[in-house]
Design a protein around this ligand. Structure first.
Ligand code: PGA
Length: 254
């Protein structure tokens, strides 16, 4: 049985004061999360604050990005070892905003995945098609290309050290969620593609959905057999909304 994961991707939002308020709200409202995992991914600067507030709680934390390099003359970059130094469990790699706005291609994302995994972080690998690609009917080939690049770099067993997040780009921050059926279709496709290489990895790997997930739609999405939680943007910045999604994840496991 796969344990669902609800991970908040705060993107470039927050201040010391708002992080204090948001994490206090999450900690005071968090109920039974024995059947799921919960994590938040703050901007780098707020990770120490998250560590000091979340240590000993059921909420893990992680980064939103990492460097492929270990140390040295790489101005502006953050190494995997630094994330580990501040207790991170997870790191997001290949988010569509990194791909589209910062030119991260499949090969770079695959290297980031490999570095994260090799250092002991759990990479959350984001995959997803644009609206144009969906309309052209190439969703599966786009997702397959993004997935295969990582499998090529780390092997299918290596992929199993991480988590996948299917995030249709047209659903991110738009309020336009994929229907549970649309999401399930792609999740099943991803799982089958992995199963063709290693059935066990495919069965164990968590595939999260991301893209305008809210408390109101989380239950229906996570009820689908191949949707094992969510990567949450906007709703992860509001304690009650994030908690509502955590509750849906907990309830999605019988
Ligand atoms: P959203 O973002 O929930 O605001 O759509 C999801 C994401 O980008 O990870």
């Amino acid at each position: 049985m796969r344990r669902p994961l609800v991970a908040g991707n705060w993107k470039m939002n927050g201040s010391r004061a708002s992080v204090q308020t948001l994490l206090s709200g999450i900690l005071s409202g968090i109920e039974d999360v024995s059947r799921c995992e919960v994590a938040v991914c703050p901007p780098f600067l707020y990770i120490p604050q998250a560590q000091s507030m979340l240590t000993g709680s059921p909420v893990a934390w992680g980064g939103q990005n990492l460097s492929t390099e270990a140390a040295g003359a790489f101005t502006g970059e953050i190494a995997a070892s630094m994330l580990l130094d501040f207790g991170c469990t997870y790191v997001i790699v290949g988010h569509s905003e990194r791909r589209s706005l910062y030119g991260e291609d499949d090969a770079l994302v695959a290297r980031k995945f490999a570095v994260a995994r090799d250092s002991g972080l759990k990479p959350i690998l984001c995959l997803g098609e644009t609206l144009e690609e969906r309309e052209q009917g190439v969703t599966e080939s786009v997702v397959a290309r993004q997935l295969d690049a990582v499998i090529e770099a780390v092997g299918v067993e290596g992929l199993g050290a991480g988590v996948i997040a299917y995030e249709p780009v047209w659903a991110i921050g738009t309020g336009r969620t994929a229907t549970p059926e649309q999401a399930q279709e792609v999740h099943a496709f991803i799982r089958e593609r992995i199963a063709a290489q290693n059935e066990q990895v495919a069965q164990d790997l968590r595939i999260l959905y991301g893209g305008s997930m809210k408390p109101g739609n989380a239950g229906d999405l996570m009820a689908k057999p191949d949707i094992d939680g969510g990567l949450i943007g906007g709703a992860s910045l509001v304690a009650d909304d994030f908690l509502g999604i955590c509750r849906a994840a907990q309830e999605s496991v019988a």
